[in-house]
Each structure stands twice: as structure tokens, then as C-alpha cells.
Design a protein. Structure first.
Length: 844
């Protein structure tokens, strides 16, 4: 058996064996200092397990029997294994208390009824095995709460399974539970304890009986300032992790797990892997961008636009001034940076990248979970276990399903989605009105930059809309989730994740879908324009396409969201902490009370604190993959943001916020399905962008069907020569809608506009329908090829590494082998009870 921290549980002891037990089950009001001193003086013997395993075990004693429970920490070190077991003298029985874990805070000036309710809650905790200590300063009352070690040993007993090898020897001198397990158990008791009036802690908080409650950080003060806490490597590693100078250092995932719990550790493990993979995507995206930049002045299309001094553009919007095609030279060159042949390659690469990222993450997760011995852990079992510890008469809430309730939730969700799409239409109206307003301003520098100003301002308005709708979406998602009546907290979190992500997805991307696939396609033609309310013309794309508009929209939203959210994420708790410290003045001279005050002044945390971090990364992942064909620099921007995000989250959790309640987990939960959904949406969306938004298909069709190279390559001639003239339709100025539109165009007989229409009747030309068919064929081929690549990559890379599978198989084989050995030793005539025959060694 390998060395490590193992827990031997569920050995029931009769009265004659009580001499070996040091855990006292009696209630005592002795102070914590006396308890600690008494426990240190006790002589803790080692017990030979094999001599016990071959006995005929009696039935479990009842609650009134003077018996104990053997539950201990087993350190399989050579010194411990070599210790000789034997009888030991009876130890003086004492209560074993841990450190102060939780602090309740209340106002000093409370009415008698509030004080009575407060005392009822504290007394109820006392009856369940807790001890509390009251301290106060000039502002607040503080109630420190801690639990007897026996409370955590009950958790160990419930972990017992009738399989598993029995260890050689054990000691009873330490609490076998991890620090994160202690906090989870205490949190369950505090949140679910009811007073005689059936009031829970949340009810008391709403009525101002208690202001708040929080778990104490052990990293906030130096180790010598915290009574009973010894310096540990975890403290040092986490303090170093939460420093800017260690931005490029490896994250201490195991230490994060030991302090913040498995769920937080898996978040940082996933975020670290995501950031590493972004380095590859960012490098390829930067290469695609630089390849376009290298041809900034060499593009045949840009040359033709810059030299077209004799071609006039039809008026865009309500602007009646004439404009030469050559005036848009710079805009055409900038568009070519993002709309070139490398875009298709990069989109296919990102589809493969997203698949490899998720598949390798699954392998890394399984390896981490195997190291943490969580492969067989079940979340429902954990929740029921904690509930039973708090309330032995607890009955689980059974699974229920109501088709009526599901239908109502679906209808309400569709209504909110329609509202999100409606917000995109509001942004369309804003852009139309803003264009008309900016054109009416007599500003020389804006004369030819109205479109750019409208695009930038529209992106800013969209960002503000996202911020507002995020708050609304959270409330709506919570309301829908509560109406659905989930069975457990984990189920509630999963349902809330799906609903909130769906609403956030439409809030973030509805405007981008409009720019990518609708903008400029429903405008009509100069002789018959589509107008908003019959007054203002709808927006039109630039002659070089809408890719530049989409790029600007994405760059502004993603840049602002990452920058401002990171700043707010850090400054909000930092400023709050500074203000509260200034308000409360000087800290107490008592080291213990000073630690409680320090934790109280930190930023509060909720059950959604980690959820918000995940949601932020999901939105970023969407921007990085879904419209990456229009914004190849998105992975680079996400990489820089994540390097800062990891350190900000570390600083926030270690220094600026109260301690999160650790949660056990063996994966990132529903977020993995969200990532897979985004990956599929990214393939579809990028295919649509390349087929319908970019000029890739029209250029390829012209090159091989209409251009000078249609009969074969001609080295002396660029195959795209004449493409600009081919892609612009002709409109005769005499056919303007009214005579006022002809003002300023008296000397010009025709103008050009971006569309494929006949010059005689302005109907869609045959070339338009040919292009549409080719676009659809390309879309189908692109999506099928990309999805096939994703499926092949997912099949080729197993989710669980061979090494992990072999370790799991080896563990199962040893368990079965040991079970068979113990059955042979115990014999058929007097088999020991299942509760004690096979002692399980399990880290908790």
C-alpha cells in the first residue's frame, strides 16, 4: 500500500474496548485552550488492525452505550508501520475542538426580539456540537463558530464502503478531514440549521438579526498571528501565486485545491490550459494578419480602387454629395488585412484547435481527478451525506418533472430571446438615426468619416446594452430556474447555467449577427431605397464589404469588455476594502479579533462568485472562436487578457475577498457542454461569414469564371484584374427617386453601387443567383469538412489517458483481490458484519 494520508473509518467498539478510544462524545463547556492542552497531554496508542479484523464483531451499540468510534488519520510512513501495537492505558477523555472556522456578524444595537432570535440560533448550533465565542468592537458584534472534531469524524464514517484494503495500523491524534471538507460540513450546518421558529440563517439575515457570515482566511495574517495554525507550504505557495511577478509561473493547482476546494482548482486548471492553447491560436492568427499586412499595397483590388478617379459612387444613406471611388482607397486596404485567402485556412484551423483544446482538457482533467481520488465520487451522495449529518431525519427530494412547467419556462425563455433580438433592432435604429444626425453636423473632419463614427458609436452603445442586459438576464434566469424547482443545489446551478448563458449569448452576439449577415442586404437600390419609417435610409456596407464593420464591432466590444471588466473586477473589491477600513478606523489590539475584523472588511462572496468567472470566460471563448474569421487577432487579445485574468482572480480570492466556500467537483460541470456547443456554433458561423460576409467566394468565382485567367493562368496578368468594375452595379442618375436627389449630380450620368443587379431594370442579375448557389455549396462543404475534422480529432484523442485507465483498473483489481483475501481470512462460519469487515482507506 502506498504512503499518504488515509482515513480508517467505521469500526464500532464495545464497552470492553473503550480503553483504546480517545474521542469523547460528551458535551463540555471547557475553553478551547484547556481542550487543546488536555488533548496534547493524552497518550495516543497505535492499534493493530489485523487482531481486530479476525474477531467476531457484535452488533453496533445504541446511542446510550458507552462506546466510541475509531476514526483516525493514517500516515503510512516507515516509522508508523514499524511501531508495535499493544494495549494502552485509559486516556483522560476530552473534547477535541478545531480552530475558529466561521464568524457571524451582527449590529450592536438590536432590539430584544432580535437578540432572542440570535440566541436561539446560536443555541441550536451548540446542540449540534458547535462552540461559539462572542467578541465585539465599537461597531459590530462577532460570533466565532467552530465544531468538535467528532462532527467531522461522522463524515468519515459515512464515507465507509464495504470494499477496500485494511491498513496496518492507525493513530487517533489528528483530525482526518481536509480543511476544505471542514468548511463544507460547517457551511451545511450553518445554512440549514433551523431554530424553534423554523428560521434559517438566510431568514435571520433578511430580518437583520445577523448582518453577514463568512469563513476565515488562514492566509490573511502571518502564521504566528493565528492561534493554532502552523506555517505550511500551501500558505507560501498561494501567497506567491497571488503576485504579479509570478504571472508566467506554473499554478499550484494542488495547493489551490487544498485551500479553495476542487471546483476552484479545476477552474484555474482549465483557465491555465485554455491560456496555453491560446498561444498557438494567437500565433497563427497573428501570422494571418501579417500576411494580409504584407500585401497591404500589393492587392490588385486595392490598386484598382485607389486608381478609380473617374468612377463615382452612388450616395449612401441621405448623403447627396458625390464621392469618387478612389476616396475609399485606405478603407479598401484595411479591409484586405482581414478579408483575404488566409481567412478560410484560419477558420478551419480554429475548428480543429477548439476540438483539440477540449479533448486534451478532458485528458488533463481525468489525470488531475485521479490524483485527487475523485473518480468514484458522486455529488448527489455528497449532498445527501451532509444533509443527513445536519438532520438525521432528512428525506431526499425526489426527481419530478412537469410538462406544463417546462412549457411555460420554454415560452418565457423564447420571449427573452426575442427581446434580445429586439435589442439588436434597436441598435439598428440607433445607427440609422446616428448616421442622419452626424451628416447634419457641419464638421469638416467628419465629412467623409460618418460611417466610421456610426460603427464605433454603435459598438459603444452595444457594450452599454450588454452591461445592462447582463443584470436583467441574471434575474430572469434565476426566476426561471426557481420556478422550475430544481431538486438540489448542483441541479439548480446547472439549469441556471444553461438559461443564463443562452440569454447572454443573444445579448452579446445578436448585434454581430446583424452586422455580419443582414447589414446592407435589405437596402434595395438607389432608385428605390428601403427607409426606416419612410424617412431615413438603412445603413449600407462599404464597397469593400462588411468585414471591416464586423471587425470594428468585435474589436471594440471585446476590448472594452476585457479591459473594463478586469479593471472593475479588481478595483471594486479593492476600493470597497479601503473605504470600509477608513470607515471602521483602527483595528483591535486583540490578534484574534483583529483577524475577524480583517476578514469582515474584505469583499463579500456569493454562490455565484466562481460562476461569474466561468461565464466571463465562456463569453470570451465565444468571441475568440465564433467570428474569428472576421477578427483573427481575437485569440491574441484573449491571451493578453487571460494572463491578467488569472493573476487578478488569484489576488482577488487570496487578498481582496472573503473566503469562498470550497465545493467538491470532478469536472467543470455544465460548462463543458457549453464549450462544445460554442465549438459547433463557431464552425457554422465562420462558414457563414466566409460564404456570405467576406468577398472570398465572389473573388474565386471571378478569378476562374469571369476574369482574365478563366481560360488558364496568364503570368503577366493578375487574375483579379477588372474585379472591382465587375462587382459594382450601374445606376443612372436620371432614375433617382425624386428630383431633389439629383442635385449635385447634373454633370454625372451614372454612379456605381455594391450589388449584382441589371442596369436596365435594376433587378437581381443572373450572376447574383449563381453566386448564391456557390455560396450555399461552399457553406455545406465547409461545415461538413470542419465538423468531420472535429469528430475525427475527438475520436483520435481519448478522453481518458491510458495511464489513468490503468491506474483505475489497478485500484479495482487490488480492491477485489483484498476483498477475496479478507473473506478467506474471516472464514465462512463467522463472517464479520459488512460495516466493519473491510475497512476503507479514503482521503477526505
Amino acid at each position: 500500500m502506498g504512503s499518504g494520508l488515509l482515513v480508517l473509518t467505521s469500526v464500532l467498539v464495545t464497552e470492553e474496548d473503550a480503553v483504546l478510544i480517545t474521542v469523547d462524545r460528551s458535551a463540555s463547556s471547557a475553553s478551547s485552550e484547556d481542550s487543546q492542552a488536555a488533548s496534547e497531554e493524552d497518550s495516543i496508542p497505535l492499534i493493530d488492525v489485523h487482531s481486530w479484523a479476525n474477531r467476531t464483531w457484535p452488533a453496533a451499540p445504541n446511542a446510550n452505550h458507552s462506546s466510541g468510534v475509531l476514526t483516525s488519520t493514517l500516515d503510512l510512513s516507515p516509522s508508523l508501520l514499524s511501531a508495535s501495537p499493544g494495549p494502552a492505558p485509559r486516556s483522560q477523555q476530552t473534547e477535541v475542538w478545531g480552530p475558529w472556522d466561521y464568524v457571524l456578524v451582527a449590529n450592536l444595537n438590536q432590539n430584544p426580539k432580535q437578540c432572542r432570535r440570535q440566541q436561539q440560533f446560536l443555541e441550536e448550533l451548540q446542540r449540534k456540537g458547535f462552540q461559539y465565542k462572542e467578541m465585539q468592537d465599537q461597531h459590530k458584534k462577532y460570533f466565532g463558530v467552530r465544531a468538535k472534531t467528532e462532527l467531522f469524524l461522522q463524515y468519515c464514517r459515512l464515507l465507509m464502503e464495504p470494499e477496500g484494503p485494511a491498513p496496518e495500523a492507525l493513530s487517533l491524534d489528528e483530525d482526518p478531514t481536509l480543511d476544505t471538507t471542514r468548511i463544507r460540513i460547517i457551511n451545511t450546518f450553518i445554512q440549514n440549521t433551523r431554530t424553534e421558529d423554523r428560521e434559517k440563517f438566510e431568514d435571520l439575515k433578511k430580518d437583520k438579526v445577523f448582518e453577514t457570515g463568512f469563513f476565515l482566511h488562514s492566509l490573511m495574517a502571518e502564521p504566528q498571528e493565528v492561534p493554532g495554525v502552523k506555517p505550511e507550504g500551501t500558505d507560501k505557495k498561494l501567497r506567491e501565486w497571488a503576485q504579479w511577478r509570478n504571472m508566467f509561473c506554473k499554478q499550484p493547482i494542488d495547493d489551490i485545491r487544498n485551500y479553495f476546494g476542487e471546483k476552484v482548482a479545476l477552474y484555474f486548471a482549465w483557465l491555465g490550459w485554455y491560456t496555453c492553447m491560446l498561444m498557438i491560436a494567437a500565433a497563427v492568427g497573428l501570422l494571418i494578419f501579417l500576411s494580409g499586412f504584407a500585401h497591404f499595397n500589393a492587392s490588385q483590388i486595392s490598386k484598382e480602387i485607389c486608381e478609380a478617379h473617374d468612377i463615382f459612387l452612388c450616395p449612401r444613406g441621405d448623403n447627396k454629395q458625390s464621392q469618387r471611388l478612389s476616396d475609399t482607397c485606405t478603407y479598401a486596404k484595411l479591409t484586405h488585412l482581414f478579408d483575404n485567402e488566409g481567412t478560410v485556412v484560419f477558420a478551419i484551423f480554429m475548428a480543429l484547435w477548439a476540438t483539440v483544446f477540449l479533448e486534451v482538457w478532458k485528458r488533463k482533467r481525468s489525470h488531475v481527478v485521479q490524483n485527487w481520488h475523485l473518480c468514484g465520487w458522486d455529488e448527489d451522495e455528497e449532498e445527501m451525506m451532509l444533509e443527513l449529518m445536519n438532520y438525521p431525519q432528512y428525506q431526499p427530494k425526489w426527481h419530478e418533472h412537469s410538462y406544463l412547467r417546462s412549457a411555460i419556462i420554454l415560452l418565457l425563455s423564447l420571449f427573452m430571446i426575442c427581446l434580445m433580438i429586439g435589442m439588436a433592432h434597436v441598435l439598428v435604429v440607433y445607427r440609422v438615426l446616428a448616421a442622419a444626425l452626424f451628416k447634419s453636423w457641419v464638421l469638416s473632419f467628419m465629412e467623409h468619416q460618418v460611417t466610421t463614427v456610426v460603427v464605433v458609436s454603435g459598438a459603444l452603445v452595444h457594450y452599454v446594452t450588454i452591461v445592462i442586459m447582463t443584470k436583467i438576464n441574471r434575474r430572469v434566469a434565476l426566476m426561471l430556474c426557481d420556478y422550475e424547482k430544481p431538486r438540489t443545489f448542483s441541479e439548480r446551478e446547472s439549469k441556471f447555467t444553461v438559461k443564463f448563458f443562452t440569454l447572454q449569448f443573444f445579448a452579446h452576439f445578436s448585434s454581430l449577427f446583424y452586422v455580419a449577415f443582414i447589414l446592407g442586404r435589405i437596402n434595395g437600390h438607389p432608385g428605390k431605397s428601403v427607409r426606416l419609417a419612410g424617412l431615413w435610409k438603412l445603413e449600407e456596407c462599404h464597397l469593400s464589404g462588411c468585414m471591416m464593420d464586423l471587425f470594428v464591432q468585435m474589436a471594440i466590444i471585446m476590448g472594452l469588455k476585457q479591459t473594463l471588466s478586469n479593471c472593475a473586477e479588481y478595483l471594486s473589491p479593492w476600493l470597497s476594502n479601503k473605504c470600509r477600513r477608513f470607515k471602521y478606523g483602527r483595528a483591535s489590539q486583540d490578534p484574534e479579533l483583529r483577524g475577524w475584523q480583517h476578514n469582515y472588511l474584505l469583499g463579500p462572496v456569493t454562490v455565484f462568485s466562481l460562476f461569474d468567472e466561468f461565464m466571463e470566460m465562456m463569453m470570451q471563448y465565444g468571441f475568440t472562436t465564433i467570428f474569428v474569421a472576421a477578427f483573427p487577432l481575437a485569440p491574441l487579445l484573449a491571451l493578453f487578457s487571460n494572463l491578467v485574468e488569472i493573476r487578478l482572480d488569484a489576488i482577488k480570492m487570496v487578498r481582496l475577498q472573503q473566503r469562498l466556500v470550497p465545493r467538491k467537483a470532478k469536472d467543470i460541470g455544465t460548462w463543458l457542454q457549453v464549450l462544445e456547443t460554442i465549438g459547433v456554433l463557431a464552425v457554422i458561423t465562420n462558414g457563414l461569414v466566409i460564404a456570405f460576409t467576406s468577398e472570398f467566394i465572389p473573388r474565386v468565382v471571378y478569378k476562374y469564371y469571369y476574369g482574365p485567367c478563366r481560360g488558364g493562368a496568364r503570368p503577366a496578368v493578375d487574375c483579379l484584374t477588372g474585379y472591382v468594375n465587375h462587382s459594382l452595379s450601374v445606376f443612372y442618375t436620371k432614375d433617382f427617386e425624386n428630383d431633389n436627389d439629383q442635385q449635385g449630380w447634373e454633370t454625372v450620368t451614372e454612379c456605381r453601387y455594391r450589388d449584382y443587379r441589371n442596369a436596365d431594370d435594376y433587378n437581381l442579375s443572373q450572376h447574383f443567383w449563381v453566386l448564391l448557389a456557390i455560396r450555399l455549396v461552399f457553406l455545406i462543404l465547409f461545415e461538413h469538412v470542419a465538423l468531420c475534422i472535429k469528430l475525427i480529432a475527438a475520436w483520435f484523442v481519448p478522453d481518458v489517458p491510458r495511464k489513468v485507465n490503468n491506474e483505475i483498473l489497478k485500484s479495482k483489481f487490488k480492491r477485489v483481490q483484498e476483498k477475496m483475501r479478507q473473506k478467506l481470512q474471516c472464514g465462512v462460519a463467522s463472517p464479520p458484519p459488512a460495516s466493519s469487515s473491510c475497512l476503507r482507506s479514503t482521503p477526505v
